[in-house]
Design a protein around this ligand. Structure first.
Ligand code: BEZ
Length: 202
């Protein structure tokens, strides 16, 4: 299998952690793929992912899976033990809801990064940037009150990737000062091998 990736992407990290947790990482070849606005790889859009997003997983038969959540679900199905996506309904809806919030926090944090790092200063829309921060902060409040039950569910993995990306690209946020329960949860999750091996800070 080939995983189209960019090293700093929190969504790619989510898939890498899932593969490591499931013991499938050795079956995956990492392919560096450029997707930043203004520098996108056109051939990738034509031959792999029409949306030109990463991650995308090319299977050995040529089929391509898009989107980190779907790729994680596929890897979990190879393992067959419902480790990332619980089978039981109540646990499953809880994990899927939590991972949707964490994925949204990652989306907002990546958009802020693009807006503040790539877009020329005189063209920035500060109100829009502030609205992304509100989403991120609301997510931090939500998780601080409702920690994931498992560090290695797709919810726990997505949350650790969202928090790790904030530390990596937006350390000035200092989210640990206000969200002590979440900080303790993240310290514990980050000690797992799969998380430490994929830390965006290297
Ligand atoms: C980043 O540099 O922060 C980044 C790169 C690719 C995808 C997402 C984020």
């Amino acid at each position: 299998m080939k995983l189209h990736s960019a090293a700093p992407s929190p969504f790619v990290r989510k898939v890498r952690i899932a593969a490591l947790e499931l013991g499938l990482f050795d079956r995956i070849k990492i392919i560096d793929t450029m997707v930043a606005p203004g520098k996108t790889d056109d051939a990738y859009g034509q031959s792999v992912n029409p949306l030109r997003k990463i991650p995308a997983l090319e299977l050995d038969d040529g089929a391509v899976l898009f989107d980190s959540q779907l790729i994680c679900e596929y890897l979990d199905s190879i393992d067959g033990n419902h480790r990332l996506f619980p089978a039981e309904a109540e646990a499953r809806w809880r994990v899927l809801s939590g991972s949707a919030v964490a994925n949204g926090m990652m989306d907002a944090a990546v958009l802020v990064r693009y807006e503040t790092f790539l877009r020329p200063e005189d063209k920035r829309w500060n109100q829009w940037i502030d609205e992304q921060w509100v989403k991120i902060n609301n997510g931090l409040v939500w998780f601080n009150q409702r920690l994931p039950e498992a560090e290695d569910s797709v919810e726990g993995i997505a949350l650790a990737c969202a928090l790790g990306y904030l530390d990596f690209r937006s350390p000035e946020l200092e989210w640990r000062r206000e969200y002590g329960r979440l900080a303790m949860w993240h310290d514990s999750a980050s000690a797992r091998d799969a998380y430490a091996l994929t830390s965006p800070e290297g």
